[in-house]
Design a protein around this ligand. Structure first.
Ligand SMILES: Nc1ncnc2c1ncn2[C@@H]1O[C@H](COP(=O)(O)OP(=O)(O)OP(=O)(O)O)[C@@H](O)[C@H]1O
Length: 741
């Protein structure tokens, strides 16, 4: 290669080559190639990611990767060593001046630092003593080193300054981590953390992260995957003086888990939230320039990827609760699989419950799977039959008729519910022969479709009267049930006493500040009762919860193919969700889970839920993909873990074009695009919708999310889309513009 020609860096190849040095016994790797300044920066970054040192010599033509710190000058690598015609002999005077400059520069750079670590001091000393020895050497023979170490341009000065700044930040972060670890509160947290199963897997996990670009973690409830694994990476990076360059993102499916997990990890590290650990959710964040581990919702990361497709600066990405298969999570992994070849240094960790881990591993080219066993305190499980027996609660049949065949008839009329069919086949007297007649009569009268809120109230009352202390977490399907149960509790003789019971609702549309209240401990002599939807199902720990009441259902989007309608209706949860709900008790102390459905129903539940991408109407899916700017719909969806039928996707796009939500180039039109409107223009929006309704009475404007409140004001936001209504003007979802008031 002609002298001076700059070679291109093949990042992937160099990532592997430098990685081999780290694994092998060789101490350093010397490369005599000119990759130019950009190439050197890339290689320096790769070396840093591997925890190695890097330096360039001979005007960047000799590059060294090493396991030990490298000096600024290496005589053994100097091309000109021994060839006197290239040497520049400086006078003692010039050399002394240069050394003074180095000294002053070092002083300036150190100015303002609160505390300098021993290592930093040693580095400065080394720098000064090297300057001193160079000074001595220059008096006699060669001073080539001076020429080498002197920055020739202002860019070089800026680069070395950045490097020194980063080194300092890394030292600072490490010193801070060490000193915080010594604090008594952090020490007691540390001994708790060491008991979690994740701690035993710490070394294996860190090795696997270093050795593989993608790692799938299958961890059971309570093993510590959410709070510990991102923290292990953070500690390791900071300990190895890579803190300045490390940026870890951990996604959570919901706002509440992003905030609560960040708060927990921060307190385990003995820090205020927003120091090295922070969070970011829609319209709210707590982070600083020091933040190295950021918990955010999957939606926030998706939007970041639109602006920053290469996720520059992010070193590790952990995607939690991936098994939930929400739409955002499925979209995210499609994007990430495309991103990985462009970012060979990025580390991706997919964290899932035990089910499904192999599916994700296959999707990412047989990525290794690591299993971590769970840890929970014992949680006793009671099913409907046991609860009825204990509480002596009597379920009233609508027809007040307890004969076996009337139950069968009633259940036979329930459409599209395989679990109703299962219960229909049960011979109550035979199956529940050991239970009292009252229990059997109640089981005969039990409705598979309607949740009996009086039964929920009765169960809460039973716990409060007969069981020990501890908060109660009730899983319901939606706001309607939450508010009705709140009313019932208010009117209850025992539970209505607001001096003894603190009842808190928890729903996704509530402002974050109110959602957070569920984590606060109730005042002394009060029992906390949280009425929640499935947003409390995973990742969160309410540390005083001892009792969980599970109604067995959750509202989920499904598609009514007959009416071509999107429905948000209560459906039976999967076994995986039931397990997660139970797992909210027993995290800090033993607990009890009350399931308000018979065991036969639980045993017949599907292992896991159908992915949201396959439950959501395709038109809605297409508009979401467009609003997130993810490219051509069909090719994007074809890359998904379980792609929808391509013909149906094509039809959906055609329909969206016909109604004018997409144009011929498949771009969002004004109708199909996002609406961001202030409450003041809602009347205008309604007028606009009414006009549209007159033209196309079978369609109405619908929103994926309706309303949220920040700083007291209301906003309408998110993707608006058209749905087809079976009867003009009717909307069963309560989500159409005509329903918004
Ligand atoms: N805010 C908290 N207060 C008290 N203990 C907590 C808190 N957060 C976590 N823990 C403890 O740490 C353990 C591990 O929590 P973590 O959230 O990491 O579990 P996980 O493996 O992600 O489980 P899951 O998938 O069920 O959420 C919990 O079981 C609990 O004992």
């Amino acid at each position: 290669m002609p002298n001076g020609q700059v070679e291109k860096v093949d990042e992937h190849e160099w990532w592997n080559t430098i990685g081999q040095l780290r694994e092998g016994s060789q101490q350093e790797l010397v490369v005599k190639k000119n990759f130019g300044r950009d190439g050197q920066n890339t290689l320096a970054h790769i070396a840093q990611r591997h925890g190695l040192y890097f330096n360039a010599y001979n005007k960047g033509k000799t590059l060294v990767f090493s396991k030990v710190p490298l000096p600024d000058y290496r005589a053994d690598l100097d091309e000109r060593h021994g060839s006197s015609q290239n040497e520049v002999l400086c006078s003692v005077f010039v050399t002394v001046n240069i050394n003074i400059c180095v000294f002053l520069l070092t002083l300036c750079l150190n100015y303002g630092q609160i505390k300098m670590s021993n290592e930093t001091e040693r580095r400065v000393e080394n720098l000064l003593s090297r300057a001193q020895s160079n000074n001595n050497a220059s008096a006699s023979t060669s001073t080539v080193s001076m020429r080498q170490s002197l920055p020739s341009t202002s860019t070089a000065v800026a680069e070395s300054t950045t490097y020194v700044d980063k080194q300092k930040l890394s030292f600072q972060l490490r010193d801070m981590q060490r000193s915080k670890k010594m604090m008594p509160s952090a020490r007691s947290m540390q001994s708790f953390r060491e008991k979690l199963p994740a701690f035993k897997a710490r070394e294996e996990f860190l090795k696997a992260v270093a050795a593989n670009q993608v790692l799938v973690i299958s961890g059971e409830t309570g093993c510590g995957k959410t709070t510990q694994l991102p923290q292990f990476i953070l500690e390791e990076e900071i300990d190895n003086l890579r803190g300045a360059d490390c940026s870890i993102i951990c996604t959570q499916p919901r706002r509440i888990s992003a905030i609560s997990v960040a708060a927990r990890v921060g307190s385990e590290r003995g820090e205020e939230l927003g120091e090295t650990v922070g969070y970011q959710i829609r319209l709210e964040s707590k982070r600083s320039t020091q933040t190295r581990l950021l918990f955010c919702t999957t939606g926030v990361l998706l939007r970041k990827l639109v602006q920053e497709p290469d996720l520059v600066g992010v070193s590790h990405l952990l995607v939690d609760e991936i098994h939930e298969r929400g739409m955002n999570e499925d979209f995210l992994i499609i994007i990430l699989r495309d991103l990985l070849p462009r970012r060979p240094d990025l580390r991706l960790v997919l964290m899932s419950a035990t089910i499904n881990a192999e599916l994700f591993s296959k999707y990412f080219g047989d990525a290794p799977i690591m299993h971590i066993p769970g840890f929970t305190f014992p949680v006793a499980e009671l099913f409907l039959e046991d609860i009825l027996e204990k509480t002596q609660y009597k379920i009233k049949s609508e027809r007040d008729n307890f004969q076996g065949n009337s139950r069968k008839k009633r259940l036979a009329s329930v459409k599209n519910d395989p679990l109703a069919d299962v219960f229909q086949d049960v011979d109550i007297n035979k199956e529940y022969g050991n239970y009292s007649i009252t229990t059997r009569q109640s089981l005969e009268a039990w409705s598979v479709t309607e949740l009996d809120l009086s039964l929920v109230e009765g169960t809460i009352e039973y716990i409060c009267r007969h069981e020990g202390e501890g908060a109660i977490l009730v899983f319901l399907t939606g706001w309607d049930e939450i508010s009705k149960l709140l009313d019932k509790i208010k009117g209850n003789n025992l539970l209505g006493n607001s001096n003894k019971f603190l009842v808190l609702p928890l729903h996704g549309s509530m402002p974050t500040v109110n959602q957070r209240e569920i984590f606060d401990r109730a005042p002394a002599n009060m029992r906390k009762i949280v009425l929640a939807t499935n947003i409390a199902e995973s990742s969160i720990t309410i540390d005083d919860v001892v009792y969980v009441i599970d109604c067995g259902k959750a509202k989920e989007t499904s598609y009514d193919a007959l009416n071509k309608l999107a429905c948000l209706l209560p459906s039976w949860i999967s076994k995986a969700s039931a397990h997660q709900r139970r797992g909210r008790a027993g995290r800090v102390q033993p607990g009890v889970c009350y399931r308000l459905y018979p065991k036969v129903i639980h045993d017949a539940m599907p292992q896991f839920q159908l992915p949201e991408i396959l439950r959501t109407p395709l038109q809605e899916l297409c508009l979401t993909i467009k609003s997130l700017q993810l490219g051509a719909v069909a090719s994007f969806l074809a890359k998904s873990l379980q792609p929808p039928d391509p013909l149906s996707v094509k039809n959906a796009i055609e329909l969206l074009k016909t109604i004018g939500a997409l144009d011929d180039l498949e771009e969002l039109t004004y109708l199909g695009t996002k609406f961001y409107c202030h409450p003041s223009i809602v009347p205008l929006l309604k007028f606009y919708c009414t006009c549209f309704y007159l033209l196309l009475p079978n369609f109405d404007l619908c929103r994926t999310t309706s309303m949220y409140t920040t700083t007291g004001s209301k906003h309408w936001k998110d993707a608006a889309h058209w749905i087809r209504l079976p009867v003009p003007g009717s909307c069963i979802n309560n989500r159409c513009c005509s329903c918004l008031s």
